[in-house]
Design a protein. Sequence first.
Length: 129
Amino acid sequence: MDSALSMQGADYAIALGADEAGAPRLSLTGSITVRDPSELNAFFDRVHGELVSRGTRAVAVDVRELAFINSTGFKPIIYWVGLITESEEPAQYQVNVVGSGKRRWQTSFLSALSCFAPSLVRVETDPER
């Protein structure tokens, strides 16, 4: 995937790229502490549009290097999952999230995220990272 979709805040970065096999991969790193989710919502609108336009069936989401996310930063991710679930069947895609087994807070975060669309969001934890 040749995509330049990325966003940087003071202490975080979010980027849509590709894994070694060329499959889409969204990575979130740093600490996301925002007060206004509108900029993140707009970014996830663009991510969703890009993935749908490419006919994506699954996207990997790597949050292993995400040190923290506040509730206002979490809402745009839920918004994105909502965009996927509200899309017509052909435009829906699987979201495969991998979190860090060494960051305890991610267990709650990922568990909550999977509740919003259990048929579309899969969660796993990397015990080594």
